[in-house]
Write a protein that binds this ligand. Structure first.
Ligand SMILES: Cc1cc2nc3c(=O)[nH]c(=O)nc-3n(C[C@H](O)[C@H](O)[C@H](O)COP(=O)(O)OP(=O)(O)OC[C@H]3O[C@@H](n4cnc5c(N)ncnc54)[C@H](O)[C@@H]3O)c2cc1C
Length: 428
């Protein structure tokens, strides 16, 4: 039995994992490069808890769309024409997954993974984790009936886990959300979906972890991973050696380089997102709202309205391209006409950890006996944090718990990047 776990990365995935392993009775240390509370994607996101969106990013037609949008600096999807070999390999591998068979398999796997998501968030509250949690449902708004029908078809598989999307006319949508404009012609109402303030969730998890005795080492970037044979013995964090029996890599987009240090590189690369927070009160909403064709998420939080969107590949820093923010603001005006067209929001970015098949990587790192990975959650890291922690816990505790989780967890195994295609694919 493992007694002492070291978790590298204090984003929502690392904190959820730390919480769960501390509940299991392990002595847990969390190491993070940031000064204090998490500041990356786990804070800068839309905060949606959306099993209804159990769809992988690589979808039939997805990269074709990106290529058509290459010249638009405000498009919702963008692939930088970067010559970096890792970027090129990754995009080619993703392209291979943009087919109906991979997509359907991904939907099936993610839907099963999300089966208990709402229950697990309820359990967070029962455990005393304090966070801003809204159970008000979600609306998807479209300016064409055709797009609504496409999304409706995509949500059908989630009905088996109790998540439904009810089609509505534009007027029916406006009855629920009067701020939606006349350009909105059709939509879907997804009453089971929820949203949170992601910063409050991260803070709530960190507070609860501390109460359970988790030790935090902030301001320490892990720069090396030391092993004896198949066993990792320590990580070098801010120049200090941190030892443990078990290591869990939850470093978001940096999990790829860290897995390389541990001897087995995984293809995890950034998908940059943008967003801004509006406190003007020009628009008020009750539900979270998806601006369908524009691919923009709008989240009503207690003191502000959050807008988030864009998927940019080939960019790995936090710089804000104002054109992308303007693109989001313009879309907001189209669907929510009271949102001023001429607004020039100051915003933020978040780097989503992406994989070429669009599925998270959860489970043992090949080649090492005491390293687990939990990353690559793409657009669903908040939604999938508690169930990811459950799977990691099952790996650690073993026995019946591992047997129960095995079937659901299999499609997410890091092993899939070695099985047939070898190391080159992992570099992907
Ligand atoms: C615009 C946008 C909107 C989104 N909306 C949603 C949504 O509505 N719902 C949803 O479910 N998901 C959403 N997501 C996705 C979600 O935010 C991510 O999947 C999730 O935050 C990933 O969490 P993480 O813990 O894996 O990574 P991160 O949040 O990136 O955390 C990784 C941590 O590891 C640390 N770290 C990295 N390298 C090292 C190192 N070498 N040493 C020590 N520490 C290190 C970092 O400092 C960081 O704190 C959105 C993302 C974006 C960008």
């Amino acid at each position: 039995m493992t007694d002492n776990a070291v978790i590298v990365g204090a984003g929502v995935i690392g904190l959820a994992t730390a919480h769960r392993l501390a509940q299991d009775g392990l002595a847990v240390t969390v190491v993070d490069a940031q000064h204090g509370a998490a500041a990356g994607a786990s804070v800068h996101n839309a905060g949606w808890i959306v099993p209804i969106m159990s769809t992988p990013v690589p979808a039939p037609g997805m990269l074709g769309k990106a290529l058509r949008w290459m010249t638009r600096r405000d498009s919702p999807l963008y692939v930088h024409p970067s010559p970096s070999p890792e970027h090129v390999r990754f995009m080619i591998n993703m392209l291979r997954h943009c087919n109906p068979r991979s997509f359907a398999a991904g939907v099936e796997a993610l839907t099963s993974l999300n089966e208990r998501t709402l229950q697990l968030f309820d359990e967070y509250e029962k455990d005393g984790i304090r966070f801003e949690h809204h159970r008000t449902g979600q609306l998807l708004a479209f300016t064409t009936r055709h797009t609504m029908e496409e999304y409706r078809a995509a949500t059908a598989p989630m009905e088996r886990i109790g998540h439904t999307a009810v089609p509505l006319t534009g007027d029916e949508l406006r009855d629920l959300e009067p701020a939606l404009g006349r350009q909105v012609l059709a939509g879907l109402h997804c009453p089971q979906e929820r949203h949170v303030d992601p910063a409050s969730l991260v803070q709530g998890l960190a507070d609860r972890c501390r109460a359970l005795g988790v030790r935090f080492l902030h301001d320490r970037t892990v720069t090396d991973i030391r092993s004896t044979g198949r066993t990792v013995t320590s990580v070098l964090a801010g120049g200090e050696e941190v030892t443990g029996d078990l290591f869990v890599l939850t470093a978001g987009v940096h999990t790829g380089p860290l897995s390389r240090l541990a001897g087995h590189p995984l293809p995890i690369r950034p998908g940059k997102g943008y967003g801004f927070d509006d406190t003007s009160g020009s628009v008020t909403l009750r539900h979270s709202v998806y601006l369908g064709e524009a691919k923009v998420a709008v989240t009503p939080l207690s003191d502000r309205l959050r807008f988030a969107g864009t998927m940019e590949f080939g960019s790995s820093d936090a710089t804000v391209d104002p054109h992308r923010l303007r693109g989001i603001a313009r879309s907001a005006h189209t669907y929510l006409p009271d949102f001023p067209l001429e607004s020039h929001p100051r915003g933020w970015t978040g780097l989503r950890p992406m994989t070429p098949d669009g599925l998270p990587v959860i489970g043992p790192l090949p080649g090492k006996d005491n390293v687990l990975v939990a990353s690559g959650h793409s657009m669903l890291g908040v939604t999938l944090a508690p169930v990811t922690a459950e799977i990691i816990s099952a790996e650690v505790v073993g026995g019946q718990q591992r047997a129960d989780a095995a079937h659901t967890a299999r499609p997410f195994s890091p092993q899939r990047f070695t099985a047939r295609r070898g190391r080159a694919a992992a570099d992907g």
